[in-house]
Design a protein around this ligand. Structure first.
Ligand code: ATP
Ligand code: MG
Length: 313
């Protein structure tokens, strides 16, 4: 059924397929959500994180996932928004030049010249689409955006409405599916601070590196293919990773790197025709996966040699 409203009809036409219902029904119980995150998305999140996020949604507050790189903030955020609304969420990767024209709506220049700034020349963008389609929005790396942009988002989330002055219209959220999760990594360089006004309004969920046991489980569920990764290989991965997290390296490895290293070693083992992933495969791939900056190379080499017991060139 196409809505009668011109803008709503356009939103359905452009974004309806993207934000279609993706699961049978919204999942609003944190225990079910935890299980589905693991089974369907291959993501391990603790129930407390999910419960706080859901409680914030019910309290009509946006959530800020903050923590070191590669700890699942973006993927868990996206998956939780999907489970909550039952529809695919929109993902907006922030940059300094984000503004309302990029996220709410813009006017087609030629059409606007011919017909004026009105519904005929208006092009809806994802944030307005999310509100109309009642789905979530993941605003990734919020610290990379300007303060004006952050204020705009807060106003929208506070009042659950979007005003488009040129159209003389106010769009209001009708359901509870429209929610926002922001992600941020405070240690990232070249980015802005979050204002007090911003922090006052959001519910902050701190992400940290997972425990050894959980990280081993993540590696297991993310590298199920062949050749198999035996426990001693996983142990070596975790040993090197934990050494580097405590070291002075600039680029500290997240769970993302642990998973990538396991997968790379697996692929190299496969290319070599080996039916198991051993320490030699970790030695072959370690430096490329873990040393992302020239100045980290020596320390990464040292950690690899110490754990794997071989010289790394
Ligand atoms: N809790 C987790 N469960 C499963 N996989 C995880 C988890 N945390 C991290 N990963 C792995 O890390 C990868 C990257 O996760 P994601 O991009 O969500 O991290 P992030 O915290 O947003 O990182 P960044 O700060 O660099 O944006 C995932 O694809 C997955 O392989
Ligand atoms: Mg991210």
């Amino acid at each position: 059924m196409t809505p009668e409203d011109k803008i709503e009809a356009l939103v359905h036409e452009i974004y309806g397929d993207y934000a279609r219902a993706s699961i049978d029904a919204p999942v609003r119980d944190p225990r079910d959500a935890r299980r589905i995150l693991e089974e369907k998305f291959g993501l391990l999140a603790d129930e407390k994180t999910i419960a706080i996020t859901y409680a914030a949604f019910l309290a009509r507050r946006p959530v800020l996932f903050e923590g070191p790189p590669g700890t699942g903030k973006t993927e868990i955020g996206e998956a939780l928004l999907e489970l909550w609304s039952g529809r695919r969420p929109f993902v907006l990767p922030c940059s300094e030049n984000y503004d309302e024209y990029k996220v709410i709506g813009d006017f087609h220049p030629l059409m606007a010249m011919k017909k004026g700034f009105n519904e005929e020349s208006f092009i809806p963008r994802p944030l307005l689409a999310a509100m109309i389609l009642d789905t979530g929005v993941l605003i990734d790396e919020i610290r990379r955006s300007s303060e004006e942009f952050q204020n705009l988002l807060l106003d929208i989330s506070d009042k659950r409405r979007i005003i488009v002055p040129e159209l003389r219209r106010t769009f209001t959220a009708r359901g509870v599916g429209f929610q926002m999760i922001f992600t941020s990594n405070p240690e990232d360089i070249a980015q802005n601070d979050l204002s007090d006004a911003f922090l006052r309004r959001v519910v902050r969920v701190r992400f940290t590196y997972p425990s050894r046991e959980i990280e081993a489980k993540i590696i297991r569920i993310r590298s199920k293919r062949n050749p198999v990764i035996p426990p001693e290989t996983t142990r070596a991965i975790l040993d090197v990773i934990s050494l580097l997290r405590r070291s002075g390296v600039q680029h500290k490895p997240g769970t993302a790197e642990a998973v990538l290293w396991a997968r790379m070693a697996q692929e190299v083992a496969k290319l070599e025709g080996s039916n198991t992933v051993g320490l030699s495969h970790l030695a072959e791939t370690g430096l490329s996966v873990l040393a992302k900056r020239e100045e980290d190379e020596d320390e990464v080499r040292e950690a690899l040699s110490r754990v794997l017991g071989v010289r790394i060139d």
